[in-house]
Ligand binder design. Structure first.
Ligand SMILES: Nc1nc2c(ncn2[C@@H]2O[C@H](COP(=O)(O)OP(=O)(O)OP(=O)(O)O)[C@@H](O)[C@H]2O)c(=O)[nH]1
Ligand SMILES: [Mg+2]
Length: 505
């Protein structure tokens, strides 16, 4: 192994068929696109560069790889050189130069390598507006079951990545049967992936699965890329969107709980594991500390949450003595829950075409004819496989749903995957033990559907069809809400006033 300056830094003795390359820890890639090391080795059978040689070239991002043929008399004859190529239309990864006599090899290496590196970073720069580590390749895992559609889930992962300002360059699907448990990928796929990442200039791999700490470590060690899983991506979005003190505490708690079991040793893969995207996450300096410190922090946050929970419970108890029925808007993230609350109550809650725009609960008063009033609340959205720690951390927020007299389940009918989203929401309703509360399904965004589509959905599903954006479509909904609440005896004749409401809003 030879550095750019021409120093020989490793002399490796191998067997006839294989050489073991040591970990190149002192030669990290960092911001560089190539390793700064060239690898020259001998081949005893006059053979040209092997597949393994070329894989090493790509995997290790060597400056150059060369094999020197050795004659029977032990003297060198020809040398075959190969180097990586900048991203190109033909999607060629490397170039193999024709064999040259080792005694007449005439390359100005310094000039050659600086031109090559400049060309690689120039071609990558065109697309490189954001940091490399914010350019990702997504990896979906296809399970054994027939009902497993990793494509749907990958689409969603793409949306999550977009919400986190990560640019998705490519995505691949690995079938679980052929995966190597250590890497969650087959070795062939892994190599393909590394080469692809190199060509596209991606520095981040996002797996559509929860990874074990060991998997994260092995994958980031072999790829030298930052590795995230779905849970971490969701935590990252929550961290970005938490604005209130309660929200921040809940998210930080979930992040620390996620990190704790993954804190085995301090290594480079550790910093990759912990940083979140672009070094967000619970903060680099916090990650420097040891497990004990994190445990203390967790118990401190839990205490704080407990206090928050208490005051919430007091508020709830107070509300229970008030006679106003409570309607909670729930549903998959981005379904239009906040939009609906805004339209119904003429409010200005933040609405965005992003996942998890809302993390905090907001309550408003809604008045029906006949002087009837209800409280209507909007809260955090759901998603399939909502991370356990997050569900735990948001328990006190979600506990408020228990007080609801009616759940409005808002569904984005314009999303092709809405049936799966309905299933996920129903699962979470069960998990939160809210299944005794009446649910009204509200199919939203009908302005984006044709009349025929709406008709066919109306035949298949029970529910109300609206466009939360336009107030005039909401009359059938409010009528139905009023009817359900009346049928369940939620309105009292003296419901008009409870003093509490005025102070609460
Ligand atoms: N075309 C159309 N878009 C809508 C409608 N309702 C909401 N949207 C859009 O859908 C996106 C998400 O709306 P939000 O109200 O923020 O959705 P949410 O369910 O509160 O989402 P989170 O709080 O992120 O879970 C926004 O871009 C809205 O403008 C609708 O009836 N029609
Ligand atoms: Mg919202």
């Amino acid at each position: 192994m030879v550095t750019r300056k021409g120093e020989v830094v490793y002399v490796i003795v191998g067997k006839q068929k294989e050489i073991l390359i040591p970990p190149l820890e002192n030669y990290r890639l960092g911001q560089r696109r190539l390793r700064g090391l060239r690898f020259l080795h001998t081949h005893l059978q006059q053979e040209s560069l092997s597949r393994d040689d070329l894989t090493d070239l790509a995997l290790l991002r060597l400056d150059l790889i060369g094999s020197i043929s050795v004659e029977k008399n032990g003297l060198p004859s020809n040398i075959v050189l190969s180097h990586l190529l900048p991203p190109n239309k033909e999607e060629k990864t490397y170039e193999i130069l024709s064999p040259q006599d080792v005694y007449h090899l005439n390359i100005d290496f310094e000039k050659f390598i600086s031109e090559l590196e400049r060309e690689i970073s120039r071609t990558e720069k065109r697309a490189l507006q954001v940091k490399i580590e914010e350019k990702a390749i997504l990896i979906g895992i296809k399970g054994r079951s027939k009902d497993d559609f990793p494509e749907d889930s990958l689409e969603e992962l793409k949306e999550l990545a977009r919400t986190s300002s990560v640019q998705v360059l490519d995505s691949i699907i690995q079938s679980a049967d052929r995966a190597n448990p250590k890497y969650l990928l087959g070795i062939g796929k892994l190599k393909e992936l590394i080469i692809r990442a190199l060509q596209l200039g991606a520095g981040l791999l996002i797996f559509d699965r929860e990874l074990t700490p060991a998997q994260v470590r092995s994958i980031s060690a072999i790829t030298e890329m930052k590795v995230l899983d779905r849970t971490q991506l969701i935590l990252d979005i929550f961290a970005r969107h938490a604005h209130t003190p309660d929200g921040k505490i809940q998210v930080e708690l979930a992040q620390l709980k996620y990190i704790l079991p993954r804190l085995k040793e301090k290594s480079t893969s550790f910093s990759r594991l912990m940083g979140g995207i672009g070094g967000r996450g619970p903060g680099e300096q916090k990650l420097e500390v040891d497990r004990r410190h994190i445990r203390n922090k967790i118990s401190c946050l839990e205490k704080k949450l407990e206090t928050i929970g208490k005051s919430r419970r007091q508020r709830r108890a107070k509300r229970a003595t008030s006679v106003l029925p409570i309607i909670s808007i729930i549903g998959y993230t981005n379904a239009g829950k906040s939009t609906l609350l805004n339209s119904l109550t003429n409010s200005q809650i933040k609405v965005e075409d992003l996942y998890f725009a809302t993390l905090d609960t907001s309550s408003r008063r809604l008045r029906f004819p006949h002087e009837r009033e209800v409280i209507i609340t909007d809260t955090v959205g759901f998603i399939r496989s909502l991370p356990k720690d997050l569900l735990g951390a948001f328990r006190s927020t979600l506990e408020e749903l228990e007080d609801a007299n009616l759940l409005l389940h808002v569904i984005d009918a314009a999303n092709p995957y809405f049936p799966e989203q309905i299933d996920s929401v129903q699962k979470i309703i069960l998990e939160l033990q809210l299944d005794h509360i009446p649910v009204l399904q509200v199919f939203n965004k009908t302005d984006r559907l044709s009349k025929e589509m709406i008709n066919s959905l109306q035949k298949r599903y029970q529910g109300i069809f609206i466009s939360a954006k336009s107030f005039r479509t909401l009359k059938p909904l409010t009528d139905q809400i009023e009817k359900i609440l009346k049928d369940h005896g939620c309105f009292y004749s003296h419901a008009r006033r409870s003093g509490y409401c005025q102070s609460y809003f």
